[in-house]
Design a binder for this molecule. Structure first.
Ligand code: AMP
Length: 282
């Protein structure tokens, strides 16, 4: 496994493989790797000849009051995990090499970026779309891997790839959860012991929605209000949003249908967590 910091070096290494006709699978991450990330690497390993993982805490997707500085960066542990999963290249560029002082070009996926998590994080998805575009241009992968856990991100990337004719296939892989149901997230590391218990309420609320739908409920408003009621029982949890939306255009849906996305975001103390289920899970 090669660990590469320089953009040019990675570009040149990969070019050699491409000339030999090898396929490239790419897993972009911000590090603090867990089983969710590893599931993406494993899928890339199965699908493609060469696996590139990027570890880059992207400054342009953090707001001024967000956790850029305290975001966990356990690089040597991450590298050991990548090695174990047989990644071929780990790309960990320096922020100053990704963004020159006079950097001024951004990618904005209109309409999809301002709703759900975008409402309280203006500019977040612009930062995500921009860094992902840059990484796609540097790595030029055949297949890229994203997690369903960040559903809005995956939908935005798919739209961007379609709209800008980026020659890459996007695979969205299922959310990996702890035994109790909590979706794995690098930000779970911020949770105290009691907060971790309270965090179970996200998957519990989604399971309640699934049960209601299984029992015939179709009214989004009623399902949301039952979820809200369940979550409000936890004093340490503050709801940012619970929404039922169309899984392609993220517009609110009054009635549950096969292509719906039920997404929620809550604050547990100072930590914001998100989770979701999609039509296929219902
Ligand atoms: P991050 O490091 O948080 O930017 O995440 C990198 C990639 O891992 C994104 O495509 C995420 O959606 C994905 N990911 C994060 N958590 C999970 C999870 N629990 N299950 C599956 N994929 C995940």
């Amino acid at each position: 496994m090669k660990i590469i910091k320089s953009l040019d070096k990675l570009f040149h290494y990969l070019k050699k493989f491409k000339l030999k006709g090898k396929s490239i699978g790419f897993v972009p991450t911000m590090g603090a790797l867990h089983e969710g990330h590893l599931s993406l690497i494993r899928q890339a390993r199965k699908d493609t000849d060469l696996v590139v993982v990027s570890i880059f805490v992207n400054p342009t997707q953090f707001g001024p009051k967000e956790d850029l500085n305290k975001y966990p960066r356990p690089l040597s542990k991450d590298l050991a995990l990548c090695r174990k999963e047989k990644a071929n290249f780990v790309f960990c560029p320096k922020p100053q090499d990704m963004y020159s002082r006079d950097f001024s070009t951004f990618v904005n996926v209109g309409g999809l970026s301002e709703v759900l998590c975008g409402k309280s994080r203006p500019g977040h998805f612009r930062g995500v779309a921009t860094v992902v575009t840059k990484l796609f241009n540097i790595v030029q992968p055949d297949i890229v891997y994203f997690g369903q856990k960040d559903a809005q991100q995956a939908i935005i990337i798919q739209r961007m790839v379609r709209d800008l004719n980026i020659p890459v296939k996007v695979r969205v892989m299922p959310t990996i959860r702890e035994k109790g149901g909590l979706a794995l997230s690098s930000r779970n590391a911020y949770l105290g012991k009691d907060e971790r218990k309270d965090a179970l309420v996200l998957s519990q609320a989604l399971n309640l929605a699934k049960l209601l739908i299984k029992n015939g409920s179709r009214d989004s408003g009623r399902i949301i209000s039952r979820m809200r009621h369940l979550i409000k029982k936890k004093k340490s949890v503050k709801i940012d949003y619970i929404e039922v939306v169309d899984s392609e255009n993220l517009k609110p849906l009054k009635k549950i249908s096969g292509n719906c996305l039920i997404a929620l975001a809550v604050w547990i103390g100072k930590t914001k967590l998100i989770d979701n289920v999609v039509g296929d899970d219902l």
